[in-house]
Design a binder for this molecule. Structure first.
Ligand code: ADP
Ligand code: MG
Length: 271
């Protein structure tokens, strides 16, 4: 069932209680991912970012309330149908023992396969394109086990891209990546968003990256959304101090003009 407030959001939830057994992480949570947005979620460690992404991807069933995808309760879809509509890059993923890079990326095509729909030249082309976009083509014949953390991260992203879902949820996609690969990853996401109209939801730790790339920022603290909107309007020194407990100054990013967060030097007196 859709409600007027959900117009413009394929993926949303309201009145959500998110919990692991008795351990409640979020309560009365309402979230709407704006269609065609590059939404970035930030917040301190353990505030419930991954938990929210799990709920939005049908991995975690809310203890109360529902997540809606395309107007239907997400839990009412078969898992394969959800995988045809949205892709999830979890914070940590474990590859099957000994699997090769190309084979892992090819698994992104599974949701599109069936008894009557066998592996095709088009599947092959999609896999090749995904590997090219993430820069892992040269690793195609390597075993996933023997890759570095950053290489592995890009292989997993290639797998999610091969799913070809215009709705992607990425949990800390830049962790393990060096600074150049971080920017590559974020630029790739920005291109998917700007050129192909993808809707992206990414958890990022770097607030400056978040401010540069997000069209919609969600700031979480202790399981709640405490601020959201255009980063230029949302991000203030007061908010950052309230959420992260860190005194900061905000200056315009010299490259983009978006807010840039500079921690106040607390060690000045010690030097
Ligand atoms: N599988 C789980 N079982 C029990 N508690 C969990 C589980 N996963 C996460 N938690 C707890 O839920 C809280 C939020 O975790 P998480 O959503 O992973 O935080 P974040 O992604 O913001 O760092 C943390 O206190 C964490 O310990
Ligand atoms: Mg997390």
């Amino acid at each position: 069932m859709t409600t007027p407030a959900d117009t413009g959001s394929r993926l949303n939830g309201r009145d959500l209680t998110l919990a692991y057994e008795q351990r409640v992480i979020s309560q009365n949570l309402a979230v709407s991912i704006p269609d065609n947005s590059f939404t970035v979620i930030v917040g301190p460690n353990a505030c419930g970012k991954s938990t929210l992404l799990r709920a939005l991807s049908r991995t975690l069933k809310p203890a109360h309330g529902h997540v809606h995808l395309d107007g239907q309760v997400i839990g009412s879809y078969p898992a394969k149908e959800v995988a045809r509509r949205l892709g999830l890059l979890p914070q940590t993923s474990i590859a099957p023992d000994g699997i090769g890079v190309a084979d892992l990326v090819a698994r992104g095509r599974f949701p599109h396969q069936g008894f009557l729909r066998q592996w095709s030249a088009q599947d092959e082309a999609v896999v090749a394109e995904a590997m090219d976009a993430t820069g892992v083509t040269a690793l195609a014949d390597r075993s996933v086990d023997e890759l570095s953390g950053g290489q592995r991260q890009r292989v997993w992203l290639a797998m999610v891209l091969a799913q070809q879902t215009p709705l992607l949820l990425l949990d800390e996609p830049t962790t393990y990546l060096d600074i150049a690969h971080q920017m590559d990853m974020l630029d790739l996401c920005a291109d998917l968003h700007a050129e192909r109209g993808y809707t992206l939801v990414a958890v990022l730790h770097d607030l400056n990256h978040a401010c540069r790339y997000a069209s919609h920022l969600i700031v979480m603290k202790e399981g709640a959304i405490v601020a959201e909107g255009d980063p230029a309007k949302v991000v203030t020194a007061e908010l950052v101090e309230e959420v992260f407990g860190l005194p900061v100054r905000i200056i315009p990013d010299p490259e983009t003009g978006t807010p840039m967060i500079v921690p106040v030097d607390r060690r000045g007196a010690a030097r």
